[in-house]
Structure formats: structure tokens, C-alpha cells
Design a protein around this ligand. Structure first.
Ligand code: GBP
Ligand code: ZN
Length: 297
């Protein structure tokens, strides 16, 4: 009797590990710098997964098919645990840029789930399968993804614009191009590149587009923003809100494109109040001045 119970337990645990492999899952205690969060809409869910010291990974779930993609899955175990918990099927990795804290989990995930598609805009990206260019589109189930090439932080940086149809707010995954109230360092580009990225590409998306970025930098970014425009009431209000969130260990994500124009100095390079601070009347020069000032801040 005891023997057959033992055998049953052994079979069950073997089955469990087979299904774990089939669904590319794993289980173990993991640490988070913020609380994981779920943002639900009718057709598209976004799951925010904190990673490393201040990075964010995201699961994008198509409700209709339960297909899901992961943006910048640097910590594969956390991703696979969340995929398992949500009961969804991970089919796609979307990499914003080649830096290890964004692309560093791709190879492990592909070795565990070889059928995964891996999108990105730079040959240096680990595990890259689909090298995309500006305007390329693909699907996550019934959700549509458009690739936006935003070179500057890195030359191959891609932001992903995701739409779920009428009546649902679009989302943009901005990696290290646009942060809440800030932008990425110009490692491989110029002020002109960042002006094009923030104003002419991301700034042209619908104002209600939700912004999901690659790092939790909001409070530091707003400190700098307030040094540029100390009287900007939107910055003051956003700072108080962001500090409360961080004190509660909660993310300050998402923002919207419309709101970024109110409190992000790098999105405000055409505003007289910002150009007065930088002492020029040219948005590109203003962008260059702001970035240099932020690098030293
Ligand atoms: C802060 O603001 O809290 N800790 C600081 C910023 C992105 S990560 C640290 C920092 O410099 N972060 C980078 C950045 O662009 N910040 C915007 C800003 O300071 O305003 N990274 O990890 C960074 O891209 C990296 C990895 C860099 C590999 C180069 C290589 Br190669
Ligand atoms: Zn980066």
C-alpha cells in the first residue's frame, strides 16, 4: 500500500516537472525591488515585473488567445514563474536594446523554450532571431505591435507600440529611450537623435498612450526636472505622488505620452520656460544642454 502511494507521488512529481518544461516554467523564491503589478484592459493585460536593482520587465497578454510576449526578460526565472501563474503561453521576446540589463536573459529563455520568437533592432542583441526596422509590425495573438526605431541611447534601440483595437488605450514600451520624467543617456547618439525620438516619433503617438519604460528612475528624474522648472505645478504634483508610491515600494509606472509633455523636461525642449533655462531658442541645442546637465546632476 505504502509502496503504491510512494509510486503515485513519484509519478505526480515527474508529471509536474514535465509540464513545467512544456510550459517553460520554474519555481523558487525571488526578490523584487517593487511589487509586481497587473494593468488590465478588455483585450490587453500588462504585467509589470521588477528586475535587478531598478529594471522593469513586462508581460503583454492577449486576452483572446492567452498568448503572451515579454519585454526585456533579463530575469528568466521571474518571467517563467509569472507566465505559469497567469496560465498564459509565452511565444515572443521583445528586446528594446542590446544592454545586458535588458537583453541578458534572452539566451537562457531560448534554450529553455526554443520556439520563442526574439525581436530587436540590433545584431548585438543576445539570441536575436528577428532583426526589425522602423515601421515593422507583428502580432501577439490579436494584439498589434509596431516597431519604432529610436536611436540615441543605443543605435539599434526599438520602442514597441502595442494596440488592442477600438476603445482600448494603446501602450508603448520605451526601454531606455523615454523614462517617466526623463530619458536615457546618449551613449550612441546625438541630441538631434533624441529630439527626433521623443518629439517626432513618441510625441506623435496618441496622448492617452500608456508609457511603460525600462527603469524606475522617476523620483531622481523629477529632482532634475524641478531644477530646470522649479515652478512647474505638474512637476511638483508628480513628485509628491511619485515619492508616496516609492515609499510604499510601488512602481511609478505607467505614465502617458500626454502627461510626459507636462513634466518631462526632455519632452519640453520647445517650451520657452525650458529654453530660457538652457539659454538657446533651439530645441535640439536645448536637448543637448539638458542631457549634459543631467549627466552631471
Ligand atoms: C539614476 O538615475 O537613478 N542610477 C542612476 C542612473 C540606463 S542603464 C544610472 C544610469 O546611468 N542609467 C542609464 C541611463 O540612461 N540613465 C538615464 C539618466 O541617468 O538620466 N546600463 O545599464 C544603462 O543603460 C548600461 C548597460 C549602460 C550596459 C551601458 C552598457 Br555597455
Ligand atoms: Zn540601456
Amino acid at each position: 500500500m505504502l509502496k503504491s502511494v510512494r509510486r503515485l507521488v513519484a509519478v505526480r512529481s515527474a508529471l509536474k516537472s514535465i509540464s513545467a518544461v512544456r510550459h517553460c516554467s520554474s519555481t523558487s523564491p525571488l526578490e523584487y525591488h517593487s511589487k509586481p503589478l497587473r494593468f488590465t484592459q478588455a483585450n490587453m493585460d500588462v504585467i509589470l515585473l521588477p528586475a535587478l536593482k531598478d529594471n522593469y520587465m513586462y508581460l503583454i497578454i492577449d486576452q483572446a488567445t492567452k498568448e503572451c510576449a515579454c519585454v526585456d526578460p533579463v530575469e528568466p526565472e521571474k518571467v517563467l514563474n509569472a507566465v505559469k501563474e497567469m496560465g498564459v503561453k509565452l511565444t515572443t521576446l521583445m528586446t528594446t536594446h542590446h544592454h545586458w540589463d535588458h537583453a541578458g536573459g534572452n539566451k537562457e529563455l531560448v534554450s529553455k523554450c526554443p520556439q520563442l520568437s526574439v525581436f530587436g533592432g540590433d545584431k548585438q542583441i543576445d539570441g536575436l532571431k528577428e532583426n526589425v526596422v522602423h515601421g515593422d509590425e507583428f502580432k501577439i495573438g490579436q494584439l498589434n505591435v509596431r516597431c519604432l526605431h529610436t536611436p540615441c541611447h543605443t543605435t539599434g534601440h526599438i520602442c514597441y507600440y502595442v494596440t488592442a483595437g477600438e476603445g482600448e488605450d494603446p501602450a508603448v514600451f520605451t526601454g531606455d529611450t523615454l523614462f517617466i520624467a526623463g530619458c536615457g543617456r546618449f551613449f550612441e547618439g546625438t541630441p538631434e537623435n533624441m529630439k527626433t525620438a521623443l518629439i517626432d516619433i513618441l510625441g506623435e503617438l496618441p496622448p492617452k498612450t500608456k508609457v511603460y519604460c525600462g527603469h524606475e528612475y522617476t523620483v531622481n528624474n523629477l529632482k532634475f526636472a524641478l531644477s530646470v522648472e522649479p515652478k512647474n505645478q505638474d512637476m511638483i504634483t508628480k513628485m509628491a505622488w511619485a515619492q508616496t508610491k516609492r515609499n510604499e515600494n510601488k512602481p511609478t509606472i505607467p505614465s502617458t505620452i500626454g502627461d510626459e509633455f507636462k513634466f518631462n523636461p526632455f519632452m519640453r525642449v520647445r517650451e520657452a520656460s525650458v529654453m530660457n533655462y538652457t539659454g538657446t531658442s533651439d530645441p535640439v541645442e536645448t536637448m543637448g544642454f539638458l542631457r549634459k546637465a543631467k549627466d552631471k546632476f
